[in-house]
Ligand binder design. Structure first.
Ligand code: ADP
Length: 259
């Protein structure tokens, strides 16, 4: 389950001047961030500030209008005109690099837990079925779902479905894990189980970008916290500094509302 060990120096991923509009609504107004290997970046900010759009851009679910995403030093330039084929290659490069965990799990309802987890490795990555199933089974056992391989998502609680969502991302053996408010849809008593798994993944050295309102998790696990508001990064810093003693009044006002 551990990520491939690599040199810790260069950032795995960096964005420069990332911009995105939906119609006349400018949602990202120049996002610069860097995710060093093995580190955890947490994005916080009010609803509508652009956090999900940042994550979806990193995973190529959205295509930025401008800016550069560098992945292991390879620059993918979204401002420069590009052929359809080149855009497709950029998107595939990003998509293959990361595994995404969604707020609402996004499991296929008519497929079993095992089928949900092995779909990507078998169909997209072309890995042998037996190998993909063996790995999926061991990952499911690891998150306490070894006995749920053959059930359907509707037979699981929200917390169990989200653990399947995490296993599905891990099964792709991505370089980077992206979490979009992974506990927001869960009953409060289950939130801790999912955060514990995420904390274990961070301790194992996974590189993670996490959108969350769980400030306790951010304080404990994040290497860097970014506060987004209105499509810009208003403030960034170590969790101890940013969460306890923010420099910007907008950050303080946001944190005060959450407490
Ligand atoms: P956050 O994750 O911080 O809540 P989002 O990135 O989801 O913010 O959304 C930022 C803004 O972009 C919101 O105003 C949202 O309504 C808008 N938005 C997001 N996705 C789309 C889309 N596909 N089409 C139109 N507007 C969108």
């Amino acid at each position: 389950m551990s990520p491939t060990p690599e040199s810790a120096s260069a950032p795995l991923l960096r964005t420069t001047g990332l911009r995105k509009s939906f119609g006349s609504l400018e949602v990202l107004k120049g996002i610069d961030l860097a995710v060093p290997r093995g580190r955890v970046l947490v994005l916080i900010g009010p609803s509508g500030s652009g956090k999900t759009t940042v994550l979806r851009s990193l995973n190529a679910l959205e295509v930025p209008d401008a800016g550069v995403i560098e992945l292991e030093g390879e620059a993918l330039d979204f401002a420069a005109p590009a052929s359809k084929k080149e855009r497709q290659r950029q998107r595939e490069t990003l998509r293959d690099a990361s595994g995404m965990v969604f707020q609402h799990y996004n499991l296929f309802p008519h497929r079993t837990v095992l089928q949900n987890v092995t779909e990507g490795p078998i169909v997209v990555q072309g890995r042998p079925r037996a190998e993909a199933e063996a790995e999926a089974t061991s990952l499911l056992e690891r998150v306490g779902l070894g006995d749920k391989r053959d059930v359907y998502p509707f037979q699981l609680s929200g917390g169990q479905q989200q653990r399947v969502g995490i296993v599905r991302a891990l099964a792709l053996k991505p370089k980077l894990l992206l979490f979009d408010e992974p506990t927001s849809a869960l009953d409060p008593e289950i939130v801790g189980d999912v955060l514990t798994i995420m904390k274990q993944l961070a301790e194992e050295g996974w590189t993670m970008v996490v959108v969350t309102h769980e400030l306790g998790f951010a304080r404990e696990v994040a290497d860097e916290v970014l506060f987004l508001d209105g499509g810009v990064i208003v403030e960034r810093g170590a969790p101890q500094q940013l969460l306890r003693d923010p420099r910007q009044p907008r950050t303080r006002a946001f944190l005060d509302r959450l407490l």
